[in-house]
Design a binder for this molecule. Sequence first.
Ligand code: ADP
Ligand code: MG
Ligand code: ZN
Length: 496
Amino acid sequence: MEQIETRYETVIGLEVHIELATKTKIFCGCSTKFGAMPNTQTCPVCTGMPGSLPVLNRQVVEYAIALGLAANCEINRCCRFDRKNYFYPDNPQNYQISQLYLPICHDGEIEITLGTGEEEGAAEKDGEKSRVKKIRIHEMHMEEDAGKLIHEEEGDYSLVDYNRSGVPLIEIVSEPDMRTAEEVIAYLEKLCMICRYLGVSDCKLQEGSMRADVNLSVREAGCEALGVRTEMKNLNSFRAITRAIEAERIRQIGLLKEGKEVVQETRRWDDAGGVSYPMRSKEDARDYRYFPEPDVQPVMIFDEWIDEIRKREPEFQEAKAERYRKEFGLPAYDASVLTQSRHIAELFEETAVLCKNPKKAANWFMGETMRLLKEKEIEPERLEFSPKHFADLITAVEQGKINQANAQKVLAKIVEEDIEPLAYIKVQGLESVSDESVILSAVEEVLSENPGGVAEFLAGKEKVFGFLVGQVMKKTKGMADPGQVNELLKKRLRQG
Ligand code: ADP
Ligand code: MG
Ligand code: ZN
């Protein structure tokens, strides 16, 4: 095994398709909304009726430029569409409008960070083990998606749904710069992050709004020339991608060691079986009889348009995290976690400013809020509440107006219904009992009701203390601050 590792190097390049979050399709006004009844979001254009003509959706071009800028690409000032011809039932026109000769973006790069791991605390050791690597982008181009074939289990027929036909895609082609599955995942995560920050796509592998084809070859270490590659499809999760890379690497190395050759082909990954199967021999551009698309005008992109898009560029994750470290004095780990989603970051930031306690706000976001999202299966992007409410709650906790346990209940209400916390605390009677005399009288009651417990404690059975605290909390209906109860009870017991 070890020998394989050092003798052969794995080389990986990715072709990633991203479904754009536009309201309408790339060449017609049909809705792109997911989940509608089959074939209800179609028209003559996206079903390839003779005589219909495509009209380019301006938003698609804007998204492509925004993504290109974020990935440091050159933007082609004149880009054009081409016809990729192939016959398949999911493709009603018998060609796909794509870009080959003059794609919208080319020659970019994306920086990935490796070795931070996902475990909590890993990023705290920032800079120690993590390293940065640049993955070059060969090009990005715009194209239309195909329909969806549905193969019924029974019966000798298939169904086709054209709702997806004409949904805009951007294909991002990397250079073969990746060497490991870890690098591939880091690259995909980075792409996702950029797309989500830009609002260009939600990038869900499982739902198909992000699709990654893995091109992989192996070569002897130190060898300059690239080996023969295969392209793997049907990779629906990061886990599948990692397993597929490992399996394909081992398969190819096995062939080479036996003196055989790797066949250039497209393979389909079967995640259940943990193996890939040949699908078709690798076609190349010539097979598709590409030619310039005559029905869509070339797109002229002027500097003014690019500048306008650049001006609207959001503050991306790294910059945001850096600012949170500097402005709010947050640890690197917190800053990194809080900026993974732009939406969460913005909610956090407003809350932090309002409650004037960024570290406390960070703790509430990273701990209880994230836990609630998981428990209630709410997507981070769907989280909606007014930061003022959250800030008021944090301040109330800091001022001892409400204890931690009750504050968590109120937070759940804020996350679910955006309630006004101060009024809610009053109405529900959740205010803490911080009045010493009230707590002391509860302590006295508990002590006189539990002489046995007290005796045991005094005889050295420390465990009883927790029970006594619990009794006092019960008497105050959970409204006392457990810390304060602890302290007062201890003091009282010492007095004997
Ligand atoms: P095609 O036109 O056949 O799709 P491309 O040259 O566009 O081929 O490359 C497709 C993807 O395959 C790119 O991401 C590229 O980096 C990657 N790639 C090309 N050659 C190799 C190779 N020998 N090993 C690994 N990846 C490769
Ligand atoms: Mg290609
Ligand atoms: Zn249509």
